[in-house]
Each structure stands twice: as C-alpha cells, then as structure tokens.
Design a protein around this ligand. Structure first.
Ligand SMILES: Cc1ncc(COP(=O)(O)O)c(C=O)c1O
Length: 375
C-alpha cells in the first residue's frame, strides 16, 4: 500500500450527522412546533407529507406507515393476497421483501436474478408461475430499477399484481416514470440510512388505485371506518408527526441528494471500471445508488484490507433468502439459484452518501485498486 492511498480518518458507510447539520435549524423548529401543538399522530405533517409524496410520484394515493416492511405487508393484504397464494420474488434482497409475503399466509416463490443488474431476471419468472400465483414483489435493489417493461408484460399476460419494493429506490426513474408508480402498489422505507431517511422507522405505500390506498389507510389504523367503528381487523402502523415533519424537510432535497450519490458513483466507476464489476446502468433508468456495490472474487480480501485502512465496506447480502433458515420449510438447497449464490459470494458495497467528499471517494477507489494489485 502506498502512502497516498492510506486514508487519514475513518470512513463510515454513511454519515447521518453530515446530512443533519445543514438542516439542523429547520428540524429544531419543526420538532418544537409539533411538541407545542400536542398533535403527534395523524396530523397535518402526515397528511401534507402524503400529498407531497403522491405528487412527486404522480399517483392518486400515498399512505404513510410505520415501516417499509408494513408497506409491503399491507399492500399485499389490500391487493387480496392470502393463504394458499404464491407470490414470486427475488432471493437476493433484504429479508423483508419475502417475509411480508408470509405475513398474509402466502408462499414466497423465488426466481433467480440477472447477473448484471442483480434484480429479478424476467426470463426466469414465467417458469415459476402456477395456478396459485397471484403477484410479483419486484425489488429495485440498491436503487437500480428492475426491468419493468418485461415484468409488467408478464403480469398482464398472467393477470398478476405487481408490488414494487422501492425501499432502496426513492427518487429512481424507469423510462421517465417514478419508481413505485408503475405497479399496483409501490412501497418505500424511511429507515434512517435510506436515500430518504427518517430519524426512526417509517414507510409509505403509493398507488394509482384509490381503492388500494383507501384499504391500506384503514388497515394501518385498526380497520377504523368511523369513531370506534371497526369493520375488519387492522393494525397499528401509523407514521408519527415528528417523522413526517423530518421527512418533509429532507424530501425537498431528495433529487439533490440522489444527484450527489450519482456523482460519487461516477468517481468510483471511473477508477474501478474494468478491474472489478461496477454497478450496471442503463439508458432506461436513473439509478439512485442506495448502495454502490462492486463484484469481484477478491471481495473478502478487499473488505479486510479496507478495514485495515479504517474504510468501512459491507456485504449486502452474504446469504440469499432461499438458503436462510427462515425459509427452510420451502425446501431449497445450495445450487437452486446459482446467479444469486455467486453474487452473494462476490458483492461488496462501498461507502456512499450525498455528503461523502469526492476526494475521499477517489481515495477509496484507489485503495481498492492497490489492494487488487497486491493480490
Ligand atoms: C429491499 C428492502 N425491502 C424492505 C425493507 C424494509 O424496510 P423497513 O426496514 O423500513 O421495514 C428494506 C429495508 O430495510 C429493504 O432494503
């Protein structure tokens, strides 16, 4: 390792304080106003935030929820997915994408991913369709939109519902359309490290179908159709006013945040292209780089050496869902989804967040290069 590649201060995957500092005063004022108003649940910030998210995505309905996992769960419920149904999804994702399918009693059916995009491979979907298949949970992994043209065509042909797990892709676009607005329901997570992150848990479901939005709205609040009138069993899954106010402040800058992520991604790609596999891009999509994920057989060595330089890196995800104990009863074994399994052994996500200094990104990229040279 040369002197020049040695980083001076530790680099984390994300620096939430760096994003907070420029909006500190606005946040403080919003928190004070809410605390003084005494209105903490289902108030004006929640309804304004929902309108703003609906407008941003050009859809009729947006319903804020307690988490992205709840957004998936309540969307599946509102779309009528139930016990005995099958729902196709990717095995290379965060567990919530498939976990939510089990919450409504349905069975997750995995289809392998495309080796370039790491998103579900449309050509592997049709062979998984049976007379029990009702829906597809499409994940826009790491902020890169999945191949929605092909997926929507399959859904139309087989009369399947599409739930877009857009937890990692707030602000991404596919052929000019906002991600989350293409399928029957779009689900977002506001987990603090997400591109649009709260200061706690939060989520949102968007839909162009008012019936779906209305149903999710009732489900999130105990099936309440009138004062203490409950026509069906629901849940407590409300986003609170404090989180909504914070998210409204941050959302004003989401396109700027995402643009800054893209600029950092370009730096990494300019240094690492041809040496490791860099994230796929396409003229059809706007990537929002929730993660900048490289692929190389030397992943473990790079991670270890970066760690020695106090540079964080994380393996998202080391074990595909079909090999997780949680889905053991489905009966899969190693080799069933080879593309996902190979990806899981080669991926490594590098630090990326809007405030990451370009010079630091260059140092990280060059450090990866030098580690590879030394192997
Ligand atoms: C792809 C994906 N789906 C769903 C979720 C669940 O979101 P939450 O943590 O807000 O429940 C996450 C993130 O945590 C995610 O990355």
């Amino acid at each position: 390792m040369t002197e020049s590649s040695i980083n001076k201060k530790p680099v984390q995957m994300i620096d939430l304080k760096a994003q907070y500092l420029p909006i500190k005063e606005e946040i403080k004022t919003a928190l004070k106003d809410i605390i003084e108003s005494g209105q903490f649940i289902l108030g004006q910030n929640v309804s304004s935030f929902e309108s703003e998210v609906a407008n941003y995505h050009n859809v009729s309905g947006a319903v804020s929820l307690a988490s992205g996992t709840d957004a998936l769960h309540l969307s599946l419920d509102a779309l009528g997915i139930k016990e005995g149904d099958e729902v196709i999804t990717t095995p290379f994702t965060f567990i919530a994408s498939a976990e939510a399918i089990t919450y409504v009693g349905a069975k997750p059916v995995f289809a392998d991913i495309d080796e370039h995009t790491l998103n579900i491979d449309p050509s592997k979907i049709e062979e998984k369709i049976t007379d029990k298949t009702r829906a597809i949970v499409v994940v826009h992994l790491f902020g890169l939109p999945a191949d929605m043209t092909a997926i929507m065509a399959i859904a139309k042909k087989h009369d399947l519902k599409i739930i877009e797990d857009s937890a990692q892709a707030f602000g991404a676009k596919y052929k000019g359309k906002a991600i989350g607005s293409i399928g029957d329901a779009g689900c977002f997570s506001f987990y603090p490290s997400k591109n649009l992150g709260a200061y706690g848990d939060g989520g949102m479901m968007i839909s162009g179908d008012p019936k779906i939005s209305e149903r999710v709205k009732l489900l999130r609040n105990h099936g309440t159709v009138g004062p203490y009138q409950h026509d069906f069993i629901g849940y407590n899954s409300r986003l609170d006013e404090i989180q909504a106010a914070i998210l409204r402040i941050k959302m004003r800058q989401i396109d700027v945040y995402n643009e800054k992520r893209r600029a950092i991604a370009e730096i990494y790609t300019s240094i690492l292209q041809g040496v490791v596999r860099c994230p796929a891009t396409s003229d059809d999509s706007t990537h929002v780089y929730h993660q900048y994920t490289i692929r190389t057989p030397h992943r473990d060595k790079i991670k270890e050496e970066l760690g020695n330089l106090s540079i964080s890196s994380v393996v998202y995800y080391p074990r595909p869902l079909h090999l997780q104990g949680a889905f053991g009863d489905i009966g899969h074994s190693k080799g069933d989804f080879p593309v996902s399994e190979l990806a899981a052994s080669e991926v490594l996500s590098l630090p990326i967040y809007p405030e990451l200094e370009h010079e630091t990104a260059r140092e990280i990229g060059n450090a990866v290069l030098e580690i590879l040279k030394s192997i």
